[in-house]
Write a protein that binds this ligand. Structure first.
Ligand SMILES: [Fe+2]
Ligand SMILES: [Fe+2]
Length: 283
């Protein structure tokens, strides 16, 4: 067992919440901004298949896990399953007549299929790297909520709930990786995770940029202008991929663990809000 794990008081559990996403139908739901909407729609389109792959990646190692980690994995799978479900709903609301949604979904499916063919360990490595990315974006979401200003309440809540649970479970796949590779040398583990991150960083940022640019073309942008606008959004302002560079690079520290960055205090209010939503639903 590695020395560092998900903290004992972080209880990873699915919150079965459904959101009323109708306000996202057909339009630029992100505050009327076509570029931001394209980027977040591109992310959303990768979630259902991507998150199912994450679930299967950890599920494969379930038999080797015990105690809190086994419980956390159960919670991780529950959370990602509900994320997939709700993002699927959002994805259905994108105007398919206008936007090349089917084309993007097919591209995502193809990537995930290729990833699955590389076997369970490669899937787990991709999962821990992508989970680091989502945790970084969730952290940025917490620090810069202004991006979601002017967004319909339930659509805003969907993204905030997702960001909150991504933070909560940010180390679960990583903890699985550390447990099932405990027989590896520290150098091998480090090398594998550094290489995986480098590859995932390249692929993930490139793919999201491409998908978002394709969506933006349907809004009337030329291919060049679409690509330029999306790149400015993700790398400059607001800098969805670049703003969290400190958190991103922490990955390359030997001995890194996702909870080295302890954001439990920052998470507390959101957690209370969504815990209450689940309780209210059950009542
Ligand atoms: Fe998720
Ligand atoms: Fe996740």
């Amino acid at each position: 067992m590695s020395a560092k794990t998900t903290p004992a008081d972080v209880d990873v559990r699915g919150r079965d919440i459904s959101f009323d996403l109708q306000a996202a139908r057909g339009g630029h739901w992100l505050g009327g901004d076509p570029v931001g909407t394209a980027v977040f729609n591109a992310l959303s389109l990768t979630f259902p298949d991507g998150e199912r792959m994450f679930m299967d990646a950890v599920r494969h190692y379930r038999g080797e896990l015990k105690g809190k980690l086994a419980e956390d994995v159960k919670g991780f799978i529950a959370q990602e399953a509900i994320h997939s479900r709700e993002h699927h709903v959002l994805n259905q609301l994108i105007d398919r007549e206008r936007y090349p949604v089917a084309e993007i979904e097919a591209a995502v499916r193809e990537r995930v299929t290729q990833g699955r063919k590389r076997g369970p360990m490669a899937m787990l490595m991709s999962t821990i790297a992508l989970e680091h990315f989502t945790a970084m974006m969730a952290e940025m979401h917490m620090a810069h909520q202004d991006i979601f200003e002017g967004v319909a309440p339930d659509v805003e809540r969907l993204w905030r709930w997702h960001a909150m649970e991504e933070t909560e479970h940010k180390a679960v796949a990583y903890d699985v990786f550390m447990e099932v590779t405990k027989g590896w040398s520290p150098f091998l583990r480090y090398r594998r995770r550094a290489i995986s991150m480098a590859i995932i960083t390249f692929m993930f940022t490139r793919n999201i940029t491409r998908y978002a640019a394709r969506l933006l073309e349907a809004d009337g942008y030329s291919p060049e202008a679409a690509l330029k606008a999306v790149k400015a959004y993700v790398w400059k302002t607001p800098g969805l991929f670049s703003r969290g560079w400190r958190s991103y690079f922490a990955w390359y520290r030997p001995g890194f663990h996702p909870w080295d960055q302890d954001n439990r205090p920052a998470l507390a209010a959101w957690k209370a809000e969504f815990d209450a939503a689940v309780t209210a639903k059950a009542a």
